[in-house]
Design a protein around this ligand. Structure first.
Ligand code: GDG
Length: 726
């Protein structure tokens, strides 16, 4: 449209210029002819000083509607006869004197009130002597009017053309391009989700080649999906082959005839937040429970009930507070529970994270037991239970998987109303020793809440043992160490370890080289890269890790400017003073070490105190030569397993705290005591100098173990064990 406008404007410009030239030339010519013919009648009268004759000629001609005025002057510029309308000052205009002095007729266009005027001066002669001048003023305003009309006509035409072309373009894009494309996109999306048996339809003829290609891809996809399902079915009984999302799906439909699964957790897997300009953004919060459960829900579908913590969460749910997720490819339902600020403060920040979290972790942080927090904790557990009971009201024998220490009372609440429901609770953090747990004022309520479940899962056998011992000390019950179960008032609860893991099937992935631009952007250019990824939490041993790094650089200065440690520390639980203080300490410690050990533009520690997306984390896991996972106490720790799963080339080294659940299964890791800086430094040196063969041997063994017990197997075993309970 811009091009059309440009062309039309240029053409109009040329047309107007040509027209103006033509009209001006015509006017000049006519004026010249008029004055030449007048000269013949006026000259003798001027010579004979017959003023009245000259005046009568002047008046006669000046009556013409094109001629504005006429004047006859003698050689010194004195007017002999002048018509009324001729401007008074014309005799003093240099054009008159110049024309007489040079004896050359000349004309000029001058602006006037009612448009332009053409003034033409023609000298009068007698015997080749200039005796005066004849001045004619012609109306030239019609030239401007004609030019203006040309512009007006053409611009109106242009405007109409633009409207017609714009409307045609809009219709073309809307109905001929956009609509078929969006139909095509929708059918491709449906084919990808396996929701349709038909090829993409509704394509306009010009999209047909694309449509037919996509249709072939969709057929291939269906065949591949079918083959994967068949393979998964065959693998079901072969426990030595790796679990995959497909196998889990097949397992669910074979054993449970697609009985719906209900997951309940405090944190939600997707948080909707208000962005700029009224937009809504989605993010995945950092945390192990989300990482693990998300892959299971994507594979099995079902309903996930969680607290809606995002400030745009309410905006995107339906009337039943539900939304299908993941947003880009919906596979299961997220049902949001709404909590008040007071409830969050008392239940989550207070009792869950200032009492239970430090109670269960040996991190030398004193638990804070406040009666009002406990009240909120009970109330919020009740709210979750109520929401779940409402969801399962029409479901027979629902499978319910409750997650973690924030919801310890929910199992008993559910079983009380729905004894037919099969309820498991998985405790994602360590279970402390019986003596440690005994300091909790509400220990009996918590244990009774948990024992409402048919199955209580922990990461390790040690946590199961500690739990059984705690129950034995606190609750009147029958404890069966042969079957690892607790029976109270005819209800039996099984206690079993299920070491959680990540979604890794070990399939050989030939992926392109990881993108190093994130490191460039952070100014990391060293040969060796170390990586740490966690929520900024005092159990994760970040300060201890920094001490170990400092000790390493003091012991091995040859690694300065050759090795950089990148710490991703995602903000966590910032409403709690202890966490804010810990964040301050971590930042100050990184700064101190960088000041003392850093050289030129090299910093030994690069601290990134923000939440990274999965897409940002993946290349970092693949690039890092070593990963430091040094919690002072950790239920399992998924970061260790994520690092192992990312190492397609079977290289790199994992330095792992002996106080993590993960240390039980990952035999190829370099195990350390995070409290010893010397021990950590030695391990870093060992990792950096490890031969490729040694790296390969260790990494291969760790990858085998993560592949054999991945998150799909974790959930399959958890659900199978739950379903076996009567
Ligand atoms: C609890 C138990 C147990 C970290 N930073 C970012 C980010 N993460 C992801 C990691 C990993 C997860 O968060 C952390 O999982 P962990 O297992 O290491 O730790 P917790 O959050 O404490 O989890 C733990 C776990 O539950 C599962 O049962 O293993 O013992 O404490 O997946 O990659 N993810 C994103 N951005 C970050 O900045 N997206």
């Amino acid at each position: 449209m811009l091009a059309i406008a440009l062309i039309i404007v240029s053409f109009t410009f040329f047309q107007a210029s040509r027209e103006e030239l033509g009209l001006s030339a015509d006017l000049q010519y006519r004026t010249r002819v008029l004055t030449d013919s007048l000269k013949v009648s006026v000259s003798p009268s001027v010579l004979s000083h017959s003023t009245s004759t000259v005046q009568s000629i002047v008046d006669r001609i000046a009556n013409n509607d094109r001629v504005i005025g006429l004047g006859v002057y003698n050689s010194d510029g004195t007017p002999i006869a002048v018509s009324n309308q001729l401007p008074d000052d014309i005799s003093t205009n240099p054009i008159v004197t110049t024309a007489m002095d040079t004896d050359t007729p000349s004309g000029i266009f001058i602006p006037a009130q009612e448009g332009r005027v053409y003034i033409f001066v023609n000298p009068l002669h007698s015997d080749n002597r200039v005796i005066g001048a004849l001045v004619v003023a012609q109306n030239a305003a019609y030239i401007d009017t004609t030019i203006w009309n040309i512009w007006q006509d053409n611009l109106v035409r242009l405007f109409l053309q633009l409207i017609v072309i714009g409307a045609a373009l809009f219709a073309l894009v809307r109905w001929v391009i956009f609509k078929p494309l969006s139909i095509l996109t929708e059918s491709v999306r449906a084919a990808r989700r396996g929701e349709t048996d038909t090829a993409p339809t509704g394509s306009h003829s010009f999209l047909m080649p694309l449509s037919s290609e996509i249709s072939k891809i969709s057929t291939n996809l269906k065949q591949a999906r079918f083959a994967a399902r068949e393979e998964a079915r065959m693998r079901l009984e072969k426990l030595d082959s790796p679990w995959t999302a497909e196998r889990l799906k097949e397992f669910m439909s074979a054993y449970f005839k697609n009985r719906p699964i209900f997951v309940v957790s405090y944190r939600e897997p997707y948080v909707h937040s208000k962005g700029k300009n009224n937009t809504v953004t989605v993010s995945v919060p950092a945390g192990g429970v989300i990482t693990a459960l998300e892959s299971v829900m994507e594979a099995c579908g079902g309903t996930w009930i969680a607290y809606g913590s995002g400030n745009a969460d309410k905006k995107v749910v339906d009337g039943d507070d539900k939304i299908m997720v993941p947003p880009e490819e919906p596979k299961y339902t997220l049902k949001r529970v709404w909590l008040t600020e007071k409830e969050v403060a008392g239940h989550y920040s207070g009792f869950s994270n200032e009492a239970l979290w430090p109670l269960c972790h040996m991190a030398h942080v004193r638990p804070l037991f406040r009666a009002e927090d406990w009240r909120e904790y009970r109330k919020v557990n009740g709210l979750f239970a109520k929401t779940l009971l409402n969801e399962i009201r029409h479901v027979e024998r629902p499978l319910v998987l409750i997650q973690d220490y924030q919801l310890a009372l929910v199992p008993a609440m559910i079983k009380k109303s729905r004894p037919d429901a099969q309820v498991a609770i998985f405790w994602h953090i360590p279970w402390p020793s019986a003596a440690q747990f005994s300091i909790c004022p509400w220990r009996k309520d918590i244990l009774e809440g948990l024992l409402g479940a048919d199955l209580v899962g922990f990461h390790t056998q040690q946590y199961c043992n500690d739990f059984m011992e705690t129950v034995g000390n606190e609750i009147e019950s029958r404890i069966d160490f042969d079957h690892f179960s607790v029976t109270r008032a005819d209800h039996e609860t099984h206690v079993k370890p299920f070491p959680i893991s990540v979604a890794f099937s070990g399939a050989a992935a030939s992926r392109p080289e990881p993108d190093r631009s994130a490191l460039e952007a952070l100014g990391i250019r060293t040969d060796f890269i170390g990586l740490g990824v966690e929520r900024l939490d005092y159990t994760k041993g970040i300060l201890e890790r920094f001490k170990g790094l400092e000790f390493f650089f003091l012991q091995h200065p040859e690694y300065r400017e050759r090795f950089t440690f990148l710490q991703i520390a995602s903000p966590s639980r910032e409403s709690i003073a202890k966490y804010r203080e810990y964040g301050e300490q971590v930042r100050a410690e990184a700064e101190r070490i960088n000041k003392e050990i850093g050289m030129r533009d090299w910093k030994p520690i690069v601290l990134e105190n923000r939440n990274y997306s999965r897409e940002e984390l993946d290349p970092l896991f693949r690039i890092a030569n070593l990963c430091l996972v040094t919690p002072v106490h950790d239920g399992m720790n998924l970061v260790a397993k994520e690092y192992v799963a990312a190492r397609d080339e079977e290289d790199g080294a994992l330095i792992l705290s002996q106080f993590t659940g993960a240390s039980r299964g990952l035999k190829g890791a370099i195990l350390i005591n995070p409290y010893s800086a010397e021990n950590t430094a030695e391990a870093i040196h060992k990792a950096l100098t490890m031969t490729p063969a040694d790296q390969h041997r260790r990494m291969k063994s760790m990858r085998n173990s993560v592949r054999d017990y991945n998150v799909y197997r974790w959930s399959a075993e958890l659900i199978k064990t739950l379903a076996q309970q009567d």
